[in-house]
Write a protein that binds this ligand. Structure first.
Ligand code: ATP
Ligand code: MG
Length: 283
């Protein structure tokens, strides 16, 4: 079953307007003429093979890097290096937009899990009591109480991911950017995360998730965008339409042929792993 459409997605207020964006690293192209529009309250999934430019695009939406061509607006204002040098704009933007990195090690820096989660609320200028309450609530929601005194850099990959997620949720941003949020999570934690994303969108948050996981896309997306290996937008539309477009998914290397063993006989067939969170096949 596809995700039921969230009516607030129809409100159409622009969160991000990306216009003909290009991005080149010193030695590699990462985005080539990408235009897209993300409305308030939508859950958008960005699909693409390794190296197609998903993380680069999310970093741009978070104002961590800036286009080498084209432009980006966030909440109607230009999202530029200069704009973010303004303390007021930067503070408000960082409060409104939260980013959970693909690589948790790049996100975690505090001596304990508790400090990591409390960091955001502390910098929002909340009272010590409110910081404590918000940190405790977030620890509880993510089931991290038993790790509260541990140093984040000693945790397992999945535990680190949860702490990174907690540190962002504790700020209460209205827009959440998730980069490969389910990578490395066990099935129970993955299904918890899917429920969490559905709750966030039901509460009116805007969620942009970069992934190669078609099951995750089927479970959470209102709309899907596909980045091709040429770093251009290869397709975009309602989740059910895009996830049913076998040609598009094959071209973008999101489904593939690989060998299976059935009854001792090895053979190839196209493979998509496209099940939703109820276990229903989608192709
Ligand atoms: N810091 C960097 N310096 C140079 N090139 C980079 C850097 N980061 C990414 N690239 C290149 O930019 C392109 C897009 O990378 P990006 O990380 O955005 O892809 P992705 O779609 O997130 O891939 P993955 O699925 O592996 O996470 C790739 O060709 C990559 O090699
Ligand atoms: Mg990536």
């Amino acid at each position: 079953m596809d995700k039921p459409r969230n009516d607030s997605a129809l409100s159409n207020a622009a969160v991000f307007e990306v216009d003909a964006v290009e991005y080149r690293y010193e030695d590699a192209a990462a985005l080539d003429g990408v235009s897209l529009y993300i409305s308030s309250g939508e859950s958008v999934v960005l699909l693409g093979a390794n190296g197609s430019g998903k993380s680069t695009l999310l970093k741009m939406l978070d104002g961590l890097i800036f286009p080498t061509g084209g432009s980006i607006k966030a909440f109607g204002a230009g999202l530029t290096d200069d704009a973010l040098k303004d303390e007021g704009f930067s503070m408000s933007f960082r409060q409104r937009v939260g980013f959970v990195f693909q690589n948790s090690d790049a996100q975690l820096f505090s001596p304990t899990v508790w400090d990591e989660i409390a960091f955001g609320p502390l910098h929002l200028g909340l009272s010590p009591e409110d910081v404590k309450e918000r940190t405790e609530d977030t620890l509880h929601i993510l089931g991290l109480q038993h790790l509260r005194e541990r140093p984040p850099y000693h945790l397992s990959g999945g535990e680190k991911k949860k702490v990174a997620l907690a540190s962002v949720l504790a700020i209460g941003p209205e827009v959440l950017l998730f980069d490969e949020p389910t990578a490395g999570l066990d099935p129970k934690t993955e299904s918890f995360l899917i429920r969490l994303i559905l709750q966030l969108t039901a509460a009116g948050k805007t969620v942009v998730t970069a992934t190669q996981d078609l099951r995750l896309a089927a479970a959470i997306a209102d709309r899907v965008m596909v980045l091709g290996e040429d770093h251009r937008l290869a397709g975009e539309g309602e989740a059910s339409t895009i996830l049913g477009d076998r040609e598009l998914l094959l071209t973008a290397n999101l489904i593939h042929d690989h060998p299976h063993r059935h009854g001792g006989v090895e053979h190839f067939h196209p493979h998509s792993h496209l099940k939703d969170h109820h276990g229903n096949e989608h192709d």
